[in-house]
Write a protein that binds this ligand. Structure first.
Ligand code: ADE
Length: 264
């Protein structure tokens, strides 16, 4: 079973999220071993301080090296080996499904959450294996990022998702967005579920799903198409789709979507 430790000043915040839903269920079923640690518990300071002012001057406070290092040591000691240590920071490599797959291959991760203006560089140099960002924006701390990484990595572990199938499909994630999906009733607010999906014709349904997945990707995230695995049939469909959209756009007097990245 995979183990994930989260070192944070807000363990309750992390626990609240990780107790719920699919991850909470998987933890209770013994499919995931997740631990949240209060870094403050590892300070030797009588006032339990974990931050201090910046050398060289400047506004704000920095998390000190020692409490973080002692927390790391405690985790290493408990498990008997050192975990792969990830520091969540906006300076890190941007998190993607590919990175989630890569991290899901480790037996044991330690996710380190920074706060205040950051963390003393020396403890990062001493223990961190890689730095990961969840996107180009700045959060107040690494907790939400650690939760995002934990969720994405956990759902790939065996026995976490109820239908094995969901995970199998996505572990071979084809790099395309999903097609639209529908459930009952067949007509809602005058909007009807596409007839082919109600037809029970398996091959036609498969083709409809593939084509709408391609169309969705082309319209919403054309940049993904250059990395996706496309068949000759997919490429032909996309060429026709582009022509159709151009013609529709020309008729309506609007510009067509950007042309970048849609060819392999
Ligand atoms: N901490 C603050 N901002 C962050 C981000 N974008 N990703 C990961 N950790 C962060």
């Amino acid at each position: 079973m995979m183990r994930i430790d989260i070192a944070t000043l807000f363990p309750e915040m992390c626990e609240r999220v990780l107790d719920e839903s699919i991850i909470g269920r998987a933890r209770r079923a013994g499919k995931l071993d997740i631990h949240c640690h209060q870094i403050r518990d590892y300070t030797l300071d009588k006032q339990k301080r974990v931050d201090d002012t910046l050398y060289g001057g400047g506004k704000g406070m920095l998390m000190q090296a020692d409490p973080i290092f002692r927390c790391y040591e405690a985790v290493c000691q408990e498990v008997g080996t050192r975990p792969h240590v990830v520091y969540l920071s906006p300076q890190g490599e941007v998190f993607t499904q590919k990175k989630a797959i890569q991290l899901s291959g480790y037996d044991h991760l330690l996710l380190l959450c920074g706060h205040y203006e950051g963390v003393d560089q020396r403890v990062l140099d001493e223990i961190v294996d890689e730095e990961v960002s969840i996107g180009d924006y700045v959060l107040t701390g690494g907790e939400l990022a650690a939760l995002v990484v934990t969720d994405a990595v956990s759902r790939m572990q065996e026995g976490v998702l109820a239908g094995e199938e969901c995970f199998m499909e996505e572990s071979h994630w084809n790099g395309l967005l999903e097609c639209p999906q529908y459930t009952h009733p067949a007509v809602w607010h005058g909007r009807e579920v596409p007839a082919v999906l109600q037809s029970g014709h398996h091959a036609n349904i498969q083709q409809w799903r593939r084509e709408h997945s391609l169309e969705n990707t082309y319209r919403k995230r054309p940049d993904l198409l250059c990395k996706a695995q496309l068949t000759a049939k997919d490429k032909l469909f996309l060429r026709r789709l582009k022509e159709r959209i151009k013609a529709e756009g020309a008729a309506a007097g609007v510009a067509s979507p950007p042309d970048e990245g849609e060819e392999q």
